[in-house]
Design a protein around this ligand. Structure first.
Ligand SMILES: *Cc1c(COP(=O)(O)O)cnc(C)c1O
Length: 378
């Protein structure tokens, strides 16, 4: 079955008693026991809640996983995964990483004895070279933020197999609709569901999918023990968002392709980073491995003053952090999403004072271009 169809079906047959088409919001903390030593399958909502489970099961199906897990945010999901490791363990991670993930690794988990090496994970040799005897995992973003580099999961997974390492893929920018990390050799996929999956800039949520049942059991132990679970209301909103994932992303990608071409031809734009452009270094690889190029665009303007002008003068496109929702958003990574990356690393990566990041929404494409044009040319 096509994944767009699978996405629409989430929760559809959950309530057999009434036949409700959408999964009910089980707004309850606890569940009555039918008898001593008996359970309905639900005892307490941290351990399991039917609305959350409909989301977790649905997500597992979308990713071909043994199990799915829903958390109160993407960061809570990543934190839960780091609990699989112990003091002394080392991880090889994408250098062009979401700022919040970088902060979690460097400012918090180093205090608990984990260490991290930042490498360009599009360079498989660099990944291999960074592996040490204490390395336990490779953590990559399938499409990086904000410069949109594409990781070759199939090749990296062979490095992981050779060295007995877990491969964890943050697939927030692509979603299972465009790429299924577990099919390409990853053990675990993680998502900020706040972005494309929930998709309406209205919910903060995180999701994890795990390929093997034994590893999934460990992740469940941590989810239940630590408790940063997604509540029933937000689970329901995330399910509702996922139902339209296919049509939203189709439209967003179509818009993004046109806007990227338009930006690339504009005299005040120095560089455009969009993997759908043939000039992008990962274009050919991504065309082979992914069902699409996503809807995030980064671009450099010719002068820093133009950054503020664009952020203030775009009307339709909101100046706001986050991405992936139906509304188009624009942000300035250097001082916003990536402020927590050390300045020297930021400079080396090309996150500079002329770089803007655009999350393309589902509006009419001509309206978006007109908004950018008037902001650039006024
Ligand atoms: C936003 C984001 C996160 C963090 O998710 P939250 O839901 O904001 O906690 C992690 N990884 C990537 C790639 C993101 O874009």
């Amino acid at each position: 079955m096509n994944i767009a169809t699978q996405a629409v079906q989430i929760g559809l047959e959950w309530d057999t008693r009434t036949g409700a088409v959408t999964v009910p919001i089980y707004q309850t903390a606890t569940f009555r026991h039918p008898g001593l030593g008996q359970s309905t399958g639900y005892d307490y909502s941290r351990s399991g809640n039917p609305t959350r489970q409909a989301l977790e099961d649905g997500m597992a199906r979308l990713d071909n996983a043994a199990r799915g897990f829903a958390y109160s945010s993407g960061m809570a999901a990543i934190t839960n995964l780091l609990l699989l490791f112990r003091a002394g363990d080392h991880l090889v991670v994408t250098e062009d990483l979401y700022g919040g993930t970088c902060r979690l690794f460097d400012s918090i988990f180093t205090r608990y004895g984990l260490s991290f090496s930042y490498v360009d994970t599009t360079d498989t040799q660099a990944v291999r070279a960074a592996v040490r005897p204490s390395t336990k995992a490779v953590f990559v973003e399938t499409l990086t933020n904000p410069l949109l580099k594409f990781a070759d999961l199939a090749t990296i997974s062979t490095v992981c197999k050779d060295n007995n390492l877990l491969l964890i893929a943050d697939n927030t920018f692509l979603t299972p609709y465009l790429l299924r990390p577990l099919d390409l050799g990853a053990d675990i996929a993680v998502y900020s569901a706040t972005k494309y999956l929930a998709g309406h800039n209205d919910t903060v949520a995180g999701l994890v999918t795990v390929k093997e049942p034994a590893l999934a059991e460990q992740v469940y132990f941590h989810q239940n023990s630590v408790g940063a679970v997604l509540g029933p209301q937000d689970s329901w909103l995330t399910i509702r968002g996922i139902k339209t994932l296919g049509i939203r992303l189709d439209r967003q990608q179509k818009n993004a392709a046109v806007i990227a071409e338009w930006l690339a031809a504009h005299p005040r734009i120095k560089k455009v980073f969009y993997p759908g452009l043939e000039s992008h270094p990962d274009h050919a690889l991504m065309k082979r491995e992914s069902r699409g190029f996503g809807a995030m665009i980064a671009f450099e303007v010719d002068k820093h003053e133009l950054v503020e002008q664009i952020l203030l003068k775009t009307n339709l496109i909101s100046f706001a952090e986050s991405l992936g929702g139906v509304e188009s958003l624009i942000t300035f990574p250097e001082v916003q999403t990536h402020a927590d990356i050390p300045p020297d690393l930021r400079a080396r990566l090309g996150i500079n004072d002329v770089l803007l990041r655009l999350s393309v929404g589902i509006e009419d494409c001509n309206d978006l271009i007109e908004d950018l044009r008037q902001a650039l040319e006024s």
